[in-house]
Design a binder for this molecule. Structure first.
Ligand code: FAD
Length: 550
């Protein structure tokens, strides 16, 4: 059997090597239009600062090493420019000439390309770059050799933030421009606020709710929607990606949502014997069952392996993806899995949200750092919709657990049951993930009711009273700007219940949500109407600093 693969990086090369392990006699040819195969796309931003010091470290395999170990025919600088499904051939462009090659099975893993918005002056700009592959990186490094001062990153998604961090670490003044109201649009606003604070702390200027509308002076000046002008020596455009689908479309292969290549559960496209994997294909968002584009390395690698198994005659199905991602932004980590609150609201799905703050390991053991987790779930069944985490350490572990829980169809009721490795340097006997489960169960079983930070203003305007149960010292240091605030420290609450009114409803808050929950239980059992401000003062202050006063 002769198998041709288009694209020699994540999905394509996973398919090729697995194919060889399954089919020793198959002829496997990989066409890659770029100079390198199997390069580390995910590592590219870190070369900018020198954190990855050697360019060669990004080149994980070579055609020679792949030939030696896997007997693969790997051909860089070969672009497949046409597919003829009827006669099972591809036309390949190489070194200025074209040739055709016959296949029995064809696997497409062409990836995605950066989305380039139509911006006035962009075509004349000489200092605007995108980052997708090693040649892109080389261009950026050449520009950085000229020792520029000012860098602008347009787009604050995962790659935009990684690039911004590494430009800053290289010593440039960095400004990020993001069209959405906050950085990291896959996260919800209050979680992204932690990242925004970290960027500010490390000297990166962030401008949100603005997009670049014009480039002037060959890109040296960027004009934003509100007219403000930014000086830029180097600009990185990182405003999203789109499936690389032109080859497939020209071959009559059906595409769907935002141009993603449609495949069946065995990765076969609408054209017989042509398969596709990776960033270019549509998958099922596993939680909703809807079509989705989920451009991440882990699904691409898995799909590559699975399509090889399918061609080798094994039963493998693409179950879909949930979208689990992580980014380091200086000393902060932010990660998410599944659906976010914005999506749940927009799609009118019934949900409850819960925030838990804890430490990455036992608080009494040296070096513990803060961790904030958010869980979104279906109130009746406890089905987990998604989770997000921010903190200095231990975020990866918790979001990985929650991603595994989603994949394994665990519910909130299973989270307290999870047993983790524990000794003080590593975690807590009640891990923050267990705590999420306890807190979510309290909500689901009606022991606790909460409101979110974005509902507070409305709740107070409708007559509820804000009850702050922090210590007097904490209260003096900073408090919510609310007309009707009562302050009773938790430890005095039982004795001072007579100061409260059973005719009004209270929103109770402390610093992080633990004491306010205890207060809520005291008050509920004493017959008061009370809800907990989820995430409490600390979270509210992070996302709405203008809503608190000293
Ligand atoms: P790719 O790996 O992009 O490979 C596609 C290849 O196909 C390309 O090399 C392209 O040149 C080639 N090609 C396209 N058309 C043709 C043609 N007609 N003929 C021949 N060759 C063709 N994901 C994560 O999960 N975590 C991360 O930290 C992360 N960081 C990233 C950082 C950067 C800077 C980038 C760019 C991506 C990052 N990703 C990350 C995404 C991840 O790299 C992709 O999801 C993954 O590589 C997709 O695999 P793929 O095989 O679909 O496409």
């Amino acid at each position: 059997m002769k198998i041709i693969i288009v694209g020699g990086v994540a999905g394509g090369m996973s398919a090729a090597t697995r194919l060889r392990r399954m089919m020793e006699d198959a002829e496997i040819v990989i066409f890659e239009k770029g100079p390198f195969v199997s390069f580390a796309n995910c590592g590219l931003p870190y070369y900018i600062s020198g954190e990855i010091a050697e360019r060669d470290a990004l080149l994980v395999q070579t055609p020679e090493s792949l030939k030696a170990r896997f007997n693969l025919d790997v051909r860089p600088f070969h672009e497949v420019v046409k597919i003829s499904p009827e006669d099972h051939t591809v036309t390949v462009s190489h070194d200025g000439s074209e040739f055709t090659e016959q296949y029995d099975k064809l696997i497409l893993s062409p990836g995605a390309k950066p989305f380039i918005p139509e911006i006035e002056g962009l075509s004349e700009a000489t200092n605007v770059f995108t980052l997708r592959n090693v040649p892109d990186l080389d261009q950026i490094m050449l520009a950085l050799d000229k020792e520029p001062q000012e860098a602008v990153v347009v787009g604050a998604g995962f790659i935009g933030l990684e690039t911004a961090e590494n430009l800053r670490k290289r010593g440039l003044n960095v400004t990020i421009v993001e069209k959405a109201p906050h950085v990291l649009p896959p996260l919800d606003e209050e979680m992204a606020a932690f990242v925004q604070a970290e960027l500010a702390d490390k000297g990166v200027k962030v401008i949100t709710s603005q997009s670049a509308t014009r480039f002037e002076e060959n890109g040296k000046v960027i004009v934003l929607e509100d007219g403000q002008k930014l000086a830029s020596d180097v600009t990185i455009l990182s405003v999203g990606i789109q499936p690389e689908n032109s080859l497939a479309k020209a071959a009559g292969i059906e595409t769907g949502l935002r141009g993603g290549i449609l495949v069946d559960e065995h990765y076969e496209t609408s054209q017989k014997d042509i398969f596709a994997v990776g960033d270019a294909i549509l998958v099922k968002q596993e939680i909703t069952g809807d079509d989705a584009l989920i451009a991440l390395a882990s699904p691409a690698n898995r799909q590559g392996r699975q399509v090889a198994d399918v061609l080798a005659g094994l039963e493998r199905k693409n179950k879909g993806s949930i979208g689990t991602a992580i980014v380091r932004v200086f000393d902060m980590t932010a990660a998410s899995t599944g659906l976010n609150e914005r999506f749940l609201q927009q799609n009118h799905l019934p949900y409850q949200a819960i925030h838990v703050s804890g430490k990455d390991h036992a608080g009494y053991y040296p070096g513990a750092t803060d961790l904030t987790l958010k869980l979104l779930f279906e109130p009746k069944t406890g089905k987990i919709y998604g989770a997000q985490g921010v903190g200095k350490k231990g975020v990866d572990k918790r979001i990985d657990i929650l991603a595994t829980a989603i994949k394994g169809n665990l519910t909130i009721f299973d989270l307290p049951e999870l047993e983790f490795t524990y000794a003080p340097p590593f975690g807590s006997a009640k891990d923050p993930v267990n705590m999420l489960g306890y807190a979510a169960m309290n909500l689901a079983e009606g022991l606790s009711e909460n409101i979110q930070w974005h509902q507070l203003e409305y709740e107070l305007a409708s007559g509820k009273v804000f009850l702050d149960v922090r210590t007097l010292n904490e209260f003096k240091q900073g408090r919510l700007k609310a007309d009707k605030t009562v302050h009773i420290p938790l430890n005095e609450l039982r004795e001072r219940l007579t100061e409260l009114d059973k005719e009004v409803e209270y929103i109770v808050s402390c610093h992080s949500g633990l004491r306010s929950y205890i207060a809520e239980r005291i008050l509920k059992q004493a017959g008061f109407a009370v809800k907990n401000l989820d995430g409490a003062y600390a979270l509210y202050k992070m996302v709405k600093p203008e809503g608190v006063e000293k």
